[in-house]
Design a protein around this ligand. Sequence first.
Ligand code: PEP
Ligand code: MG
Length: 580
Amino acid sequence: MTTAFHGIGVSTRPSVALGPAFVDGRGHRGASPTLITADQVVAEIDRLDQAVVAARQALRAVRDQIPRHTPINIADFIDTHLLMLEDAALVGEVRRIVADQLCNAEWALQVQRDSLVRVFDEMDDPYLRTRRDDVEHVVQQIQTFLRGDTPPSERSLQDLDGRVVVARDLTPAEAILLRHRGAVAFVTELGGPMSHTAILARSLGVPAAMGIHNITHYLRQDELLLVDGETGTVLADADARTLAYFRRRLRAIEARQLRLRRLVGRPSLTRDGVEISLLANLELPEDVELAKANAASGVGLYRTEFLYMNRQDLPNEEEHLANYAEILQGLDGLPVTIRTLDLGVDKRVDSASDLGAGVSNPALGLRAIRLCLKEPDLFRPQLRAILRASALGPVRLMLPLVSTVQEVDTVLSLIEQIKRQLEREGVAYDPALPVGAMIEVPAAALAARALARRLDFLSIGTNDLIQYTLAIDRLDESVNHLFDPTHPAILRLIRMTIEAARALNRPVSMCGEMAGDPRFTRLLLGVGLREFSMQPGALLDVKEVVLQADTLELKRRSAQLFARLDEMDPGALIDALNAA
Ligand code: PEP
Ligand code: MG
């Protein structure tokens, strides 16, 4: 007979999963106190420190596997935990307890956990109260290594494919790994809709039900589970009718995916025969396969920051070149737009960790092209490598965060110098390598014509354009609700940029998240955008809209709507344009 468990659904869209349970029986084992002698204190603290180091390494390893450009910055969650591992209020205090109370590290950790959790529990703010989860996760992580246990993310890896993971709690890091290893849903005893793991599950598109007390005790290993990530319901031992209903829902969701797959081989043409270029954004060389599987016509944005991450030194020219060559080879003749280093604020690396330190407003500081121009030793190897790669296949070079024409002029003359240098050395490059800039700050959009005159193409980076135009910190959760691609100021800047580029016959694309959101496709087609670059997973959703669109009609209708931009609610404008 069907048994139902009710928890908190964390998905905001219909999302169901069905699969055998993988019950993580590790649960939450309380630590017990053991007394140590004064001369054992150093060794005990050493054991604690080693567990902290191991926990830190495990978290870093997970962070390295995260696709960066998800709607929320997943890496931030892990960074929060990494910071906690360094926080004196946690580990420093545990060391003190070991020394003062002459007890084992597990017990000291539990004592300190209890006192921190009490503080969080007394808080009125529900958001802050959920941050106690972070303390729990970090403590658990250290306890795991103190006990010498294998974390769930490293166990039974081979047979997680298609399984529903049931655990007392999951850290965001574990959730990412479990997903990578094929888990189809998460069910936990702890956690709520505002917990980091919940936000993460939404972003990964994994159905999750949380806050179901003691569920790890009630479910059997391999038992078939049905999980509704919207309502938070978990059904075990389901009867035939319930199973049939669930399967129908699953089929409807899968059918849409299949329908989309059929679009892979279709040329990307609108109903009136206009070709629309659908390109992929790339974070890591591995993503090339996904881009090709979704019929990308090339890469419109290759973010090269990852080359600089998780290392103490800077990549040299040969490393850059080898990486670009690998991507070109994977792309099999399709073009790639390589963006030069865009470091700063949200994209820090160890080799430049003091970046922004002590600066009152790093988002407005020395980042991206500004940093590269100030540090030619950082910039030159990358420019040389991009030029050399241009001899191997179709490459474009793109500059991030440009705000003045002087910056462009300086880069262009640096490129000219490097070309002469390569010629002297007898090294091949494409003399016609296209150089373009991202339009990411309002100043650049307003000066798009002047920039386009000097450059071969423009690409609109809406993520930053929205941040800088609306004065909203991309990383600040408290103002995220104001992040609005349909704000009249944003729509005007986008249209202005497209018109400026087109007036000079320069290609213009969009590579911010807005380009991959099918709700905006018709609007962007209406204002003349013909090149869209996005996360590979969104390509077919956007293509579906493109195939149904008529650019002439959309041009006419968007012009009408733009004329009324100040009178109407921007959301209504999008709805009007999307209505058949
Ligand atoms: C953007 O700002 O829109 C963009 C594509 O660049 P990033 O998200 O890497 O800052
Ligand atoms: Mg940007």
